[in-house]
Design a binder for this molecule. Sequence first.
Ligand code: MV4
Length: 497
Amino acid sequence: MSNFEKILIANRGEIAIRVMRACREMNIGTVAIFSEPDKNSLHAKYADEAFLVGEAHPSKSYLNMHRIIDIAHMCGAEAIHPGYGFLAENAKFAKLCEDEGITFIGPSWQTIEAMGSKLASKHMMEKAGVPVLPYTPDGVTSLDEAKAISAEIGYPVIVKASAGGGGIGMQIVENEADLEEAIEKAMRIAASAFGDSTVFIEKYLVKPRHIEFQILADQQGNKIHLYDRECSIQRRHQKLVEEAPCPIMTEELRERMAASALKVAEASGYYNAGTVEFLYADGEYYFMEMNTRLQVEHTVTEMVTGIDLVRQQLAIAAGKKIPFTQEDIRLNGHAIECRINAEDPLNNFQADPGKIVRYRSPGGPGIRVDSGIHMGYAIPPMYDSMISKLCGWGIDRRESIERMRRAIYEYVIIGVRTTLPLHHAIMNNRHFIDGNTHTHFLQEEHVKANLARYLHEEETRMQTLANSLRHGKEAAAIATAVNVYIAAQKQQQDTNH
Ligand code: MV4
């Protein structure tokens, strides 16, 4: 089969636009679906055709499988791209597409189903010779059994939901006395969140790095990796900053981890784009899970390899072979992504939806902005708070950080509070600059203290700008903001010497 004629994108925001951009380049027609509050959204405007899928609540709209299939049939879309989140890793939906003769752009529903069980996927990867942390192979079947295995593993251990993801229901257990209660709590949360109370226990790594490998596999059995990403800076299991390559990666470690990632792809019968997630600590790495979707942070991999992952997804779904070999893939430079969320980092990251009254996105050398918003757009409160992704490429990590600082400075979003001030703080944080990141980076006291200073400084700058824009004194405001910024930079230089 050659390219598709028309694809329905079953998502919203920046990822829907991102997929539509690849379609437009490949001369593939695009169909958007939008919910009631998204009728004025950028993704609905960008598509060739757009259909109201339902009311605001995701169950009535972006998760409304049968309505989405009906729209695809009605407009003649041969394929559906699920983006990430919503139905992207829903095996039932992938199977429904297959039953309805519509190509699901992703792996088979069987692979999605298998990787959806964290316990079964661990078993599979252990058998394939991929390193996994010590764990309860049969899940938790009895408290005595759990106690015996946890004693063998050695505390601290962690209780995890098998059907879960994103850390939901995870319980860290320091000693045996807390084990029973932790298991009960994890099972309760797993049952209510995933309808499956299966939990398992594994060794808990106190401050691991989260390192993942991008995989690309076609339906003819060809599989390659597109190098590594580090995604350790997270908050409540939501990634905030991702980068490629991982700053502590060595050629030897990369060879070992890439070989393991390709084993995971082989064992799971994977095709299309996927990500293998590892935890890394003290020179060792362990398989955590396989994500059967295109990830938010695919951007940094695209920037350092030059490969358009969505174009490859569309080609693979249309039955094409991957047009390059592993030897063709070169890593060039360093890329960082900062997730811009409509949240207030000074007020416990409280969501801050609202209307965008001023919007100016950065540009210039090495900058990519994948955004789902525009001036005048009202960010709805019922969806994910991420509104755009700011990415910066440099010839090395230092230049990509300097670039990101400059782009954050240029980025103007007035009308809602955002994580921009937090990213300004992180890009100026000594530990981040030195590459000393891990999954609890944002919780560390010294990091929080240092971030606070930069947070307030950037917050002041943005507030100054916002206040004057409201009174039309834009020039004066920008001058003030520049002075504040220069003063802060000077102070930083004084501190550094
Ligand atoms: C872990 C871990 C340490 N040891 N598992 C699993 C879901 C993913 N989003 C985070 N997960 C983790 N699993 C073991 N055996 C550390 C994490 C982890 C994390 C845990 C608690 C709080 C924040 C975290 C951020 C990233 C990773």
